[in-house]
Design a protein around this ligand. Structure first.
Ligand code: AP5
Length: 211
């Protein structure tokens, strides 16, 4: 097993690209820290109850809380799989926790999208609460409005996708997550793809960056 980290602002397309690639290649496993946390909130676990208020206000949950979840997934992943790790690490402390897990890092890929595009991306986002598929009302619409193509569930708008919370999430991204770009560049692990070119083009560029 090895790990490819997805870096990028909220709404840059990390989940979309990872989901698209994992659907077409059984050796790729998409692991989203946000989906793990939303799952814990929905199930009402202790971790979910602790995470809820942080997530709804756009703040990062405590490092130890999310690191425990990621450690469990890393421990359960074996063989020839490549884990597409989406949303973790989010700051330098988490990057060092990941280093300490001992799983080999293959690449950190930055999906580069300017802030000016992010609000529109997130305003149009619809997600499936059941199978986690992601859509956009204009860029990636479902076949039937409001209904997931894959499992037929009713699509929802995430609670943290309102413009004020998105602005806060972007500030946190620039202050806490962006330093990871230099962290991985200095170790020769960074690749950057242009995230503004449409889902399929981004997926092709991403795939060649990790080949
Ligand atoms: P998380 O779920 O990780 O949210 P995020 O990083 O803010 O990222 P998003 O899911 O918003 O965006 P994305 O890049 O996946 O974009 P998407 O593919 O959906 O985290 C949520 C919260 O959980 C955090 O705020 C925090 O509280 C907590 N959390 C999570 N991880 C944590 C951690 N490690 N530590 C602490 N707290 C943590 O795309 C967006 C939209 O654009 C979609 O509608 C899509 O259809 C569209 N789109 C995508 N790509 C394209 C394209 N190429 N062209 C046109 N449209 C596109």
């Amino acid at each position: 097993m090895n790990i490819v980290i997805l870096l990028g602002a909220p709404g840059s397309g990390k989940g979309t690209v990872a989901g698209f690639l994992a659907a077409g290649d059984g050796s790729l496993k998409h692991v989203s820290s946000g989906d793990l946390l939303r799952g814990a909130v929905a199930q009402g676990t202790d971790a979910g109850r602790e995470a809820k208020a942080y997530m709804e206000s756009g703040r990062l949950v405590p490092d130890a809380l999310i690191a425990t979840m990621i450690k469990d997934v890393v421990a359960a992943t074996t063989g020839d799989e490549t884990m597409l790790l989406d949303g973790f690490p989010r700051n330098l402390a988490q990057a060092k926790i990941l280093d300490g897990m001992g799983a080999p890092l293959k690449k950190a890929v930055l999906i580069d999208v300017p802030d000016s595009i992010i609000q529109d991306r997130i305003a149009g986002r619809r997600t499936c609460p059941q199978c986690k598929a992601g859509y956009h009302v204009k860029n990636l619409p479902p076949k039937r409005e409001g209904v997931c193509d894959k499992c037929g569930a009713q699509l929802v708008v995430r609670k943290d996708d309102n413009p004020e919370t998105v602005a806060d999430r972007l500030k946190i991204y620039h202050a806490e997550t962006e330093p990871l770009i230099e962290y991985y560049r200095s170790r020769g692990l960074l690749a950057t793809v242009d995230g503004t070119t449409g889902v399929e083009n981004v997926a092709v560029a991403f795939k060649s960056a990790i080949a």
